[in-house]
Ligand binder design. Structure first.
Ligand SMILES: [Zn+2]
Length: 142
């Protein structure tokens, strides 16, 4: 029977949206929450995927983002700042909205899931909460 499993992850991260007309153009941070959902047929051990294996795949991505600044390479002001200051930063080629972060994480997790063998996953869904009341969600069929 098609079954869904899910695991929750957290990290703290700063960002800004330089072209935003409101407060989001300022440097600020969020306590991000990530839900990773996998749909699949449970194997002979009754598992879609071992939660431990899912954590092994996702946790390094979250650790890399945690307590960093997520910097859009087109943000010249912040690019200059991080060129002159050694702080934890991750560079990306997109505006750092929850929507784009969800797509980024979906792609990263998809690559790692495809490298794992014998994972009977039919669908991956990634939901990124920027706040308790807002999230962006993307999914990928396998
Ligand atoms: Zn924000």
């Amino acid at each position: 029977m098609l079954t869904r499993i899910a695991k929750e992850f957290h990290w703290e991260m700063a960002h800004r949206l330089p072209l935003h007309m409101g407060g989001c153009q300022n440097v600020h941070g969020h306590s991000y929450k990530l839900w990773v959902e996998l749909d699949g047929e449970p194997d002979s051990h009754g598992m879609v995927m071992d939660y431990y294996d899912l954590k092994t795949i996702v946790e390094p991505l979250v650790k890399q983002l945690d307590h960093s600044f997520l910097c859009d390479r087109s943000d010249e002001l912040m690019m200059r700042f991080f060129h002159e200051n050694t702080l934890k930063v991750n560079y990306v080629d997109f505006p750092t909205t929850a929507e784009n972060i969800a797509v980024y994480l979906l792609r990263q997790i998809t690559i790692r899931l495809r490298e794992s063998q014998n994972v009977p996953v039919k669908r991956l869904c990634v939901r990124v909460h920027e706040t308790e009341r807002t999230y962006a969600e993307v999914s990928q069929e396998f």
